[in-house]
Design a protein around this ligand. Sequence first.
Ligand code: ZN
Length: 249
Amino acid sequence: MPDLALLAIVFGAIPLAAILVYNLRSLVLNRREATWGFLAGVVAFLGLSHAMAAVLANHPLFGDAWAATAVSLLGLLTGAGIAWLLLEGPFIKGVPNRIVWAAVAFVGVHSLGDGLVLGRSFIGGVPVDPVSVAATIAHRFVEGCLIIVPALWASWKPKLALPALFVSLVAIPAAYLPGSIYAAYGPSSLGITLQIGIPTFVAAMESTLGLFLLVRALLPMAAADHGRRWLVWTAVGYIAISLTHFFVE
Ligand SMILES: [Zn+2]
């Protein structure tokens, strides 16, 4: 079995490769319906389907419906609040920059969740086979593109966009969290509550961040030219990212 450090670092760092998309600048900017439509499908799956599925699946595991609901609700409100501040608040000037920062927040929270899943499955032993490795690389690369496509549109220089991709590295400390909680609290009730509560809060946050990013940024961008192809690309993105998840989680 490979060690957690190696897996976590590779996993955390893959999205950085999306900086290479800067070489395809004109292709990305000219094929607006395809790129934004595809990303809309990806975020619809990651935020609305995958993250919310985690919230719902964790709900009965708390053993206390009120606590489960409170943690989930807090996560939903926090994600919505952050997304609102970034997309509508007074802090960031210009729509293109707002979209980049909302995408950075989404990828950061998603990476936190991904890291927690990796760390948790590591306690039980991770099966590493070529298919799951390829699926993981593809899925993490696309997450980097979620930042790079808006950054290209906002005319960010690569030297600014690369540090923004570093947000995906939060997956590395997150991968260690389940193990350290287990080491500190073991299977006590506090330990179990933390092991379930933290990922639930993070997934709930991700779902509302994804909702806002989707409906306020990605879909309007994809549909801005009143074209008829973006919907096909949204379906392609949704189905493609679903397929990669059949092999990783
Ligand atoms: Zn992911």
